[in-house]
Write a protein that binds this ligand. Structure first.
Ligand code: FUL
Ligand code: CA
Length: 493
């Protein structure tokens, strides 16, 4: 008797108090708070700007006169507004590229804007861009090239002190910094204070990365650090902006370092010891720096869309480079391409055709509301559908109530519980039966399945393989405007 009434009480309590159903345990490595913030950005930009802009080079030798840096009409607001209009959530400026010229008046070198004619030597590009970012609601980050072809001490221990002093300057004087971008390039030869010789360093030891990274953690605890090897996000292994398929957010970080092997970076490693998701960096033009001869070679809206679907749409973040020209502004051709790219994305994602759909899942964790399928339609990352621990291949049906046409499906996993889903398929209801129209592997922060249009009343998502019961926070259906341009042939992988 007692047993029965106790059981009855438990059942009632469970229904009224869904928190009694415990959430799934995390699977594998999981993102940190700073990484979660970064995942939410999805799309931001690079600004490659320095003496190269005026010498028409991609890599300065380090002997450039400060006098060559002289933008005729530098306009930080124009630059930041162009990025914002494109939908970027932040900008990363080359505060110092390989040539060693500093875009801020560093107290540790004479090789900077302070000895240029621009703003009579009183200018500070880092300051102007960081402040414009703040004004327009974008986050700001810095690229500080470890390789320095100007500095006399490069390759000696003294240079490391110089490099770290500069890092401290950038992280102390310019407000909040969302990322520090550590490049892995080292081509050997350079000016090096007049020595004009080849200087090779051992990438595994010279920069003492462990201690260099501590400076960032100390001064800017929420900043994410980029390099080939993380620690917070990794290079995707190519400069075309294309993530692997699959693209896992996990990697085995041991024995990796900036400039080290690119094996495994494109697709990540599964199951992987560390959460180090991919960043896809690519320039809107062939080069990273502005060259007038490339004014006609700006990527088209169709090419930018392909890149977006193959980067953001595979769970990575996209870092698209916009090189300011000799005026110190983003060229009109780049702006025109970005504008059309953004217009199409906005038109695509303005309406979620899955909104209002009736959802039925083959299993819901503990039968609890907290883990119910409707969490998939609220556009909130922190609510999700999950299943009982032993159910790793559930199905979900979306009843749209009427024939609906779409060609993009958006999925997101609930990242704090790790990357769990390994394979899925999508079916449409057609002539009284289910017909598969797409399949995929990794999801992570986001998977955008983009294909030809499907018209159906019902869609079924099948999780075919998962390392642990799935935790999915979003499913959405979208239609690209019929006028969307396509690249012919589709850009190669
Ligand atoms: C590379 C550099 O060598 C390029 O100049 C550019 O900055 C690119 C983003 O990273 O390693
Ligand atoms: Ca949700």
């Amino acid at each position: 008797m007692l047993c029965i009434s106790l059981a009855g009480w438990l059942t009632t309590a469970r229904a009224a108090e869904p928190s009694l159903v415990t959430p799934p345990k995390p699977y594998g490595p999981v993102p940190t708070e700073r990484q979660l913030r970064w995942h939410e950005m999805e799309f931001y930009g690079f600004l490659h700007f320095t003496v190269n802009t005026f010498t028409d080079k991609e890599w300065g030798y380090g002997d450039e006169k400060e006098a060559v840096f002289n933008p005729t009409d530098f306009d930080a607001d124009q630059i930041v507004k162009a990025a914002k209009a494109a939908g970027m959530k932040g900008l990363i400026l080359t505060a110092k590229h390989h040539d060693g010229f500093c875009l801020w008046p560093s107290q540790y070198t004479e090789h900077s804007v302070k000895n240029s004619p621009w703003r009579n030597g009183k200018g500070d590009v880092v300051k102007e861009i960081s402040q414009a970012c703040r004004r327009h609601g974008l986050r700001f980050g810095v690229y500080l090239s470890p390789w320095d072809r100007n500095h006399a001490d490069y390759a000696r221990p003294e240079y490391l002190t110089y490099y770290r002093n500069q890092l401290r300057e950038l992280l102390t004087n310019y407000g909040d910094i969302f990322t520090v971008w550590f490049d892995g390039a080292n081509g050997g030869d350079g000016f090096y204070g007049g020595a004009k010789e080849k200087r090779n360093i051992d990438n595994t030891t010279y920069y003492d990365w462990e201690n260099t990274r501590k400076i960032v953690r100390e001064l800017m605890p929420l900043a994410v650090m980029f390099s080939d090897a993380g620690p917070d996000m990794r290079w995707v292994g190519n400069e075309r902006g294309i993530a692997g398929d699959p693209c896992w957010a996990t990697l085995n970080a041991a024995n990796r370092y900036p400039g080290g092997t690119s094996d495994g970076l494109n697709s990540g490693e599964r199951p992987g010891t560390d959460w180090i998701p991919a960043e896809c960096d690519v320039s809107i033009r062939p080069g990273w720096f502005y060259h007038a001869k490339e004014d006609t070679r700006v990527k088209t809206p169709a090419q930018l869309l392909d890149i977006y679907y193959q980067s953001v749409g595979r769970g990575a973040d996209l870092n698209l480079n916009l090189p300011p020209d000799r005026r110190g502004q983003i060229h009109e051709n780049d702006i025109a391409s970005l504008r059309e790219f953004r217009r199409i994305l906005d038109a695509t994602f303005a309406k979620d055709l899955a909104r209002g759909a009736k959802l039925t899942a083959s299993n819901t964790r503990g039968g609890a509301k907290q883990f119910a399928p409707k969490n998939l339609l609220d556009h909130k990352r922190d609510t999700y559908w999950s299943t009982d621990d032993n159910v790793t291949t559930p199905e979900l049906v979306l009843d749209l109530g009427k024939p609906t046409t779409f060609n993009v499906i958006s999925l997101r996993e609930y990242l704090p519980l790790g990357q769990r889903i390994e394979a899925f398929a999508l079916d449409q209801w057609k002539d009284g039966g289910w017909v598969e129209f797409a399949q995929g592997t990794s999801i992570g922060n986001r998977r955008l399945v983009r294909g030809t249009s499907v018209t159906t009343e019902k869609v079924r998502l099948r999780i075919n393989q998962a390392a642990a019961c799935p935790a999915l926070s979003e499913i959405g259906l979208y239609a690209e405007p019929s006028s969307t341009p396509v690249t012919e042939p589709r850009s190669p992988k």
